[in-house]
Design a protein around this ligand. Structure first.
Ligand code: PNS
Length: 162
């Protein structure tokens, strides 16, 4: 039986922590779909199309693809015949929100398992939100996101200045 997992998130932008989880996930499952939520309520730094490209640019695993979804994650997972949702846990503070989501998703779709993976310690404190904040305030984000992502962030900042 083909084991397929969905790794959902906002990925605005993708970080080294996300990539670490994707790599771990690619070793555990036959197929992994990185699924970007199309959230019309939020104002992202990068459009969904840009985020898809940014992830594709840095992916090196043959069994990982990128997709987008709207609406309920469990619907997307069932549609793509996935058995698992994967989420990364960095610290205890992530646990409460993740537990709520996992239990709600289980209530909605009992057959679908949520699997938690721990990111490498080196990435345990990073998040897309913090990276954007540090970047906007002129701090270094070197090594926390792929180089191509950092370049695109710089381009975006220059566009905003023009
Ligand atoms: O990267 P994020 O922002 O932590 O990812 C959150 C995400 C996209 C996994 C979550 O918001 C989600 O699954 N949204 C889709 C809507 C949904 O299914 N809501 C019910 C979840 S219990």
């Amino acid at each position: 039986m083909m084991r397929r997992a969905i790794y959902p998130g906002t990925f605005d932008p993708i970080t080294m922590g996300h990539l670490d989880i994707i790599e771990r996930c690619s070793r555990l499952f036959d197929e992994v779909i990185v699924a970007i939520l199309v959230n019309l309520d939020k104002e992202p730094m990068f459009s969904v199309e840009e985020r898809v490209k940014m992830i594709q640019e840095v992916m090196t695993w043959p069994n990982v693809t990128v997709g987008t979804f709207e609406g309920l994650l469990v619907h997307y997972a069932v549609e793509h015949e996935a058995q698992a949702i994967v989420r990364g846990i960095r610290a205890v503070s992530d646990y409460e929100y993740e537990l709520q989501m996992a239990l709600m998703n289980r209530r909605l779709e009992p057959e679908l398992e949520t699997v938690f993976l721990m990111a490498a310690e080196a990435y345990s404190y990073i998040s897309s939100r913090l990276i954007k904040e540090v970047f906007k305030l002129g701090g270094s984000i070197n090594g926390l996101v792929p180089e191509s992502v950092e370049r695109r962030m710089r381009d975006r900042a220059e566009e905003a200045e023009c």
